[in-house]
Ligand binder design. Structure first.
Ligand SMILES: Cc1cc2nc3c(=O)[nH]c(=O)nc-3n(C[C@H](O)[C@H](O)[C@H](O)COP(=O)(O)O)c2cc1C
Length: 192
């Protein structure tokens, strides 16, 4: 049964609760938002990412990526980006304006890598070629030289931290759509 949340004081924490759930539950529809950034020519770029951690108190969302992927220099040049979440179950769209920081080295990256490297996703961060590199017959056949040598291969795992600046929440409902723009301290009802 759907509970009908009425006030900003009810809706705001429920949004964060759903984000938290999505980071824990691989079947939650908010698990895989679209992250839109701006490229070096000022053109839009967008891709699906997996929501890994949510810190409601700090207003931060965390993702994992390959530090060689094109989104990394894009976000280093223009930190502001948009995340778009849609859940048919909730009938909620959430558009989140964020400021991104890419953490490519250091204790947090190494600690998280210890977990990721045991998982099925480890190979994503060990590929000798960067994401988006064109595959030739030769490159697709080349084994990772370090693996072939029996050495631990270098990883390219990085943490993408998104500081939430503002949210646009839209609820679709037969009883009437509702929309609001919110930040940590503000709330405005908008025409849906
Ligand atoms: C369901 C799904 C989940 C994905 N999750 C991630 C992710 O968490 N991090 C990531 O860097 N790429 C992820 N990808 C791949 C990206 O969508 C994208 O193809 C890749 O990161 C290269 O993007 P870029 O060229 O904009 O850097 C995912 C793709 C899909 C389909």
């Amino acid at each position: 049964m759907k509970i009908h949340l009425q006030t900003p004081q009810e809706i705001r924490p429920q949004i964060w609760k759903e984000l938290g759930r999505a980071s824990q539950d691989r079947h939650h529809e908010w698990r895989t938002p679209v992250l839109a950034s701006t490229d070096a020519d000022g053109l839009p770029d967008a891709r699906t990412v997996v929501l890994r951690q949510v810190d409601a108190l700090a207003g931060q969302l965390t993702f994992y990526t390959d530090r060689r992927s094109p989104k990394v220099p894009q976000l280093q040049a223009q930190a502001q980006a948009m995340l778009v979440f849609w859940s048919a179950r909730l009938s909620w769209q959430l558009r989140v304006r964020v400021a991104c920081t890419v953490i490519t080295a250091g204790p947090e990256v190494e600690a998280l890598w210890q977990g990721v490297k045991q998982s099925a996703a480890a190979g994503d961060y060990l590929s000798p070629l960067p994401p988006g590199a064109v595959l030739t017959k030769d490159s697709s056949m080349t084994p990772n030289a370090e693996t072939a040598n029996g050495l631990a291969p270098a990883h390219h795992f990085a943490v993408l931290r998104a500081q939430v600046l503002q949210m646009d929440w839209l609820e679709l409902s037969r009883e009437g759509h509702r929309r609001a723009q919110l930040s940590a301290t503000t709330w405005a009802w908008l025409t849906p």
